[in-house]
Design a protein around this ligand. Structure first.
Ligand SMILES: Nc1ncnc2c1ncn2[C@@H]1O[C@H](COP(=O)(O)OP(=O)(O)OP(=O)(O)O)[C@@H](O)[C@H]1O
Ligand SMILES: [Mg+2]
Length: 269
């Protein structure tokens, strides 16, 4: 008998190299604003990297640069050794708000990147169906965004980012707008999905706990202009469960990161 197909085929996670990248925005009053200052880091294929940092430190800027949505001022960014100059076919993005099109059904929203790329819809329908099943949305294909809860909409947005088989998934506070319980579930589900999919992930969050829970590595950014203040490998076995939060190591990582924010005046003891 034939083996059943895996839930989703494992992808080739890409490598990312950010080399001495600076970003200066030109302001409308003629001034300049230094958002990122000499950021240097490499991400291995399939790695899950979380970034935490205070509001305005340049996290979304860094993500937009990697996504090819905004040009770097100096330095360069390479995806699998190729310099990023425009949005890359292998990159999927999930933002804080789901940005679903209200006049399209769940399935039609998920198929949007496929249509934009001019790929054949029927080649990707089975993958979309499996992704929906994996996030517990099987049967919701023909619903409209207004008929879904916030968590369901964000799950749809994650399926939309994953349908194009991205080697790199960029997530900018994807659970920021969700209630605490839904958020906890989404974090567990994202870990499961990532373990089965194998993409490289760059995950931005304000939550130190969320960052440590999900990541192979946590990067802590300084207040603006953003620099990498700490690059900490998280050695907690997977799959992690909420019980991992009581591990001595987990608590140690959390307090190390909090300590950096205290030193920087971002958090008060
Ligand atoms: N298009 C733009 N033009 C001018 N300044 C910008 C632009 N985008 C961002 N900035 C500025 O760059 C800095 C970094 O912004 P960014 O959105 O990257 O921060 P962030 O770390 O994502 O913040 P938050 O946690 O609040 O989302 C901020 O001071 C912001 O005002
Ligand atoms: Mg942001």
């Amino acid at each position: 008998m034939k083996e059943p197909a895996p839930v989703t085929a494992r992808l080739h996670g890409v490598s990312v190299a950010i080399e001495n990248v600076t970003k200066t925005y030109e302001l409308r009053d003629g001034g300049d604003l230094l958002a990122l200052d000499r950021v240097d880091l490499t991400i291995a294929p399939g790695e899950f990297v979380s970034i935490v940092g205070p509001s305005g430190c340049g996290k979304s800027t860094l993500l937009s640069l990697v996504a090819g949505l905004v040009p770097v001022s100096t330095g360069k960014i390479l995806i699998d050794g190729e310099e990023v100059r425009r949005p890359h076919a292998k990159v999927g993005v999930v933002f804080q708000t789901d940005l679903l099109l209200y006049w399209r059904s769940v399935m039609d929203n998920i198929m949007l990147p496929i249509e934009i790329k001019g790929w054949r819809r029927r080649d990707y329908l089975p993958r979309a169906a499996r992704l929906l099943e994996q996030v517990g949305l099987a049967g919701f294909e023909s619903k409209y965004p207004s008929e879904l809860s916030g968590g369901m909409r964000q799950r749809t947005a994650i399926c939309r980012a994953l349908v194009q088989e991205p080697g790199l998934l960029l997530m900018d506070e994807p659970f920021g707008a969700l209630d605490a319980l839904t958020r906890e579930q989404m974090i567990i589900d994202l870990q499961a999905m990532w373990l089965s999919v194998g993409s490289t992930v760059l995950f931005i969050t304000h939550s130190i706990e969320e960052a440590v829970f999900l990541a192979d590595r946590v990067l802590v950014m300084s207040p603006r202009p953003g620099r990498i203040d700490l690059d900490r490998t998280i050695e907690i076995p997977r799959p992690r469960s909420w019980r991992s939060r009581t591990d001595a190591k987990f608590i140690e990582y959390m307090s190390e990161i909090r300590g950096i924010f205290e030193t920087r005046g971002v958090l008060k003891a």
